[in-house]
Design a binder for this molecule. Structure first.
Ligand SMILES: [Zn+2]
Length: 131
C-alpha cells in the first residue's frame, strides 16, 4: 500500500513524534524516543508489548506510558469505594508494526499533568541505569 502523507507540520527532526510516523527499525524508534526523553526530561516506560519474530522491528506492539502514569496511587484505606481515584499522567506513545514491516506511531500524547524537569528525570532509576 502506498502512503504519501505530507507531514510538514514544522516538526524538527529529532524532536518528538507524530501520529502515523514510521520507523524502519526498533533501533531507529528507540534512538528517537531516548532523544525525545532527554529533550523533554520526561521518562516513558514500556507498559505493554508484544514481541515480533522480526529481528529488526523486535516488537509487533509497544505501549509506552509516562513514568508518572501510575505513581499517584491513593494511600491505602482512603476512599475505598472510589474507583476512579487514579490521577496518573496520561502521556503515552503507542507503536505498532505495519504489514510493510515498519513501526508506526498509533498514539501519541505528550501533555503531562505534572512538571517534567532535569532533577526528577535524572533521579529515575531507569535513567540512571542508562549511564
Ligand atoms: Zn507525565
Amino acid at each position: 500500500m502506498m502512503e504519501d502523507n505530507d507531514n510538514d507540520d514544522g516538526l524538527v527532526a529529532g524532536e518528538g513524534f507524530f501520529l502515523g510516523q514510521e520507523f524502519a527499525s526498533y533501533n531507529e524508534f528507540e534512538d528517537r524516543r531516548l532523544a525525545f526523553q532527554e529533550n523533554t526530561y520526561c521518562l516513558f516506560v514500556m507498559r505493554r508489548s508484544e514481541r515480533s519474530q522480526n529481528n529488526i522491528l523486535k516488537f509487533n506492539k509497544m505501549q509506552f506510558e509516562c513514568k508518572q502514569a501510575m505513581s499517584t496511587r491513593p494511600a491505602r484505606g482512603k476512599k475505598p469505594h472510589h474507583e476512579s481515584y487514579k490521577i496518573g499522567c496520561e502521556a503515552r506513545i503507542h507503536v505498532a508494526a505495519t504489514t510493510a514491516g515498519r513501526l508506526k506511531v498509533t498514539a501519541f500524547h505528550d501533555v503531562h499533568n505534572h512538571p517534567c524537569n532535569e532533577t526528577t528525570y535524572f533521579g529515575y532509576p531507569e535513567v540512571q541505569r542508562m549511564f
